[in-house]
Design a protein around this ligand. Structure first.
Ligand SMILES: [Zn+2]
Length: 203
């Protein structure tokens, strides 16, 4: 006597859901049940949204951010300053910086940071694209918005060397200890930066 299980189409749905990040067997089963039974599930709209987003979203040829055109709305915006370039590791770093409202220049996502142990060298990052943009767009300042860990440090150093012949001002975001982490947990590089960039705390 075979053990009772869900019908095959239901099992296939849970198998597909389990392929999603952070979804385990129980989570997949819960979502599949909700899709079958909830009047709010709208599975057709969900399927269409997945299809449309994966078909139409591509990487902006300039900054690397998501776009439905070859050039994203940010890069196409001629009111933005072309004088400052902000270099970030991941495309997902762009929106948080943009939301600060403090930056009105151009972005360039590298697609990661140098990490020889993980097999990520300069060729794996969008550095050639960056150099091409410098030729064309000629910014006067480059802001390195890279993480303060060893790989971010190596990437910043590498880029600074690459950009040095251009006589472009290079700046780096002030880095401190991240919120919720103390001196004990911070690595040496983070601490050094935190010390060097210490701000006036006198009352
Ligand atoms: Zn763009």
């Amino acid at each position: 006597m075979p053990l009772l299980d869900y019908p095959e189409s239901f099992c296939e749905l849970t198998r597909q859901l389990r392929r999603l990040p952070s979804i385990g067997p129980r989570g997949a089963e819960r979502i599949a049940l909700w899709m079958l039974r909830s009047p709010h599930a709208h599975p057709k709209a969900l399927a269409e949204a997945i299809h449309n987003a994966t078909q139409h979203c591509q990487s902006c040829e300039q900054c690397g951010f998501f776009s439905e055109q070859k050039i994203c709305s940010l890069c196409a915006d001629e009111t933005r300053s072309g004088k400052e370039f902000c270099i970030v590791e991941r495309v997902t770093d762009i929106l948080p910086l943009e939301r600060t409202g403090a930056f009105h220049g151009r972005y360039h996502a590298l697609g990661g940071k140098l990490s020889p142990l993980d097999g990520i060298g300069p060729e794996q990052l969008r550095i050639t694209e960056l150099m091409d943009r410098l030729h064309v767009e000629r910014p006067s300042e480059i802001i390195l918005a890279l993480s303060g860990d060893v790989e971010g440090e190596a990437t910043a150093h590498y880029l600074a060397e690459m950009i040095a012949p251009w006589s472009i001002k290079i700046t780096r975001l002030a880095q401190g200890l991240s919120a919720g982490s103390g001196v004990e947990q911070a690595d040496a590089v983070t601490l050094q930066r935190a010390l060097m960039n210490r701000g006036d705390y006198s009352l």
